[in-house]
Design a binder for this molecule. Structure first.
Ligand code: DP6
Length: 346
């Protein structure tokens, strides 16, 4: 007999960035973060989790048809925690099938190219954890599951929710209070749009996992960012979201991205994620806002050169239209863009 469950999980793009771990083993961050979850029709991971005595003996994972190594500590932590929850259910109710002792077979597909340099670990681990939780029929809430997904990849904990999501850094040593919570559902601010400009399809130079560790070890700016800048940005961002105050949302988003990339530059040796096209996109957004006489567009960049532009639906032509025609004239521009809106949870 084969037991099986499927799910999808969306991508999220942070507007207050997670960068730095205070505990690399439990994947606990040095600061809280906030993100917007993007619509699954545009960007998502679909995952099927199955288990059977006929599989095995090892657990396996296929991503876009290619076998992945599951022996890494992060995947193992997710499997172990989910199995422990299932095992507790089985002990409480001996009539349940003993799924916790069966080998797992996980099959994942992204509906966007993994090589496009787009954050795929967030949707990937969120889908993996949710699919296994469904397979095991765990009664866990999204926040419970976020505690597990966080151990796969930090940003994944925010993909368990739709809309506007905060990852509270927590203060406990065991990480039990380092979880994702909803700030507001997507329906609270349905006019929010995101445009992803695929500046480069190349794989990023320095992975976020190792980049943030070198930053913590070498950057002086980093400490100020974690202790002063981010707490202020968190407060302002949560308020801006609750009040649907786009100008503040946009200003904090841009200053956050700049603060994060400044600490990357302050890392030794320095980490450069932005390229000439990224910087050109920043200038175009500045021109758009100047021309509008108010802030109608915000840029943000993760650990790579691709720009994500947030704007409100009513400004689609002024923002998305202008960016496309301006960047279209540049060398190095790939001409790929993905439009997305914020989405409700999975
Ligand atoms: C710049 O979540 O990929 O996108 O926890 O090591 O897997 P690990 O890191 P990851 O880092 C994401 C960094 C970021 C900012 C963010 O998403 O908050």
């Amino acid at each position: 007999k084969i037991y099986q469950a499927s799910t999808t999980a969306p991508v999220n793009i942070a507007v207050v960035k997670y960068w730095g771990k205070r505990d690399a083993k439990l994947n606990l961050p040095t600061n809280s973060s906030v993100s917007v979850t993007l619509s699954q029709s545009d960007l998502r991971t679909h995952t099927t989790a199955a288990c059977s005595a006929a599989f095995g003996p090892e657990d396996t994972l296929l991503l876009n048809s290619s076998p992945q190594d599951v022996s890494g500590a992060r995947t193992q932590a997710c499997f172990r925690e989910l199995r422990a929850l299932r095992s507790a259910l089985e002990s409480a109710d001996p009539s349940l099938p003993k799924l916790s002792s069966l080998p797992l077979r996980i099959v994942s597909e992204n509906n966007f190219p993994t090589a496009a340099g787009l954050a795929s670990s967030a949707a990937g681990f969120a889908a993996l954890v949710r699919a296994i939780a469904n397979l095991y029929e765990l009664p866990s809430s999204p926040t419970d599951l976020s505690r597990i997904a966080r151990q796969g990849s930090g940003s994944a904990c925010r993909s368990l929710f739709g809309g506007y999501v905060a990852w509270q850094m927590g203060s406990k040593e065991d990480g039990s209070d380092s979880v994702a919570v909803e700030v507001a559902p997507a329906s609270h601010w349905p006019t929010m749009r995101a445009l992803i400009l695929v500046v480069s399809a190349e794989k990023k130079g320095v992975s976020s996992t190792s980049g943030m560790q070198i930053t913590v070890a070498t950057s002086e700016l980093f400490q100020r960012r974690a202790e002063v800048v981010v707490p202020a940005h968190m407060k302002a961002m949560e308020k801006a979201i609750l009040e649907k105050d786009f100008e503040t949302f946009a200003k904090v988003t841009m200053m956050e991205s700049n603060s994060f990339h400044a600490t990357c530059l302050d890392t030794f040796p320095p980490i450069f994620y932005l390229n000439d096209v990224s910087r050109a996109a920043i200038r175009v957004v500045e021109d758009i806002n100047k021309k509008a006489g108010k802030t109608i567009a915000a840029y943000t960049f993760d650990a790579g050169p691709n720009a994500v532009i947030y704007y409100e639906e009513e400004n689609a032509d002024a923002v998305a239209g202008t960016l496309k025609s301006a960047l279209g004239e540049l060398d190095g521009w790939q001409g790929r863009e993905i439009k997305a809106q914020s989405t409700e949870g999975v």
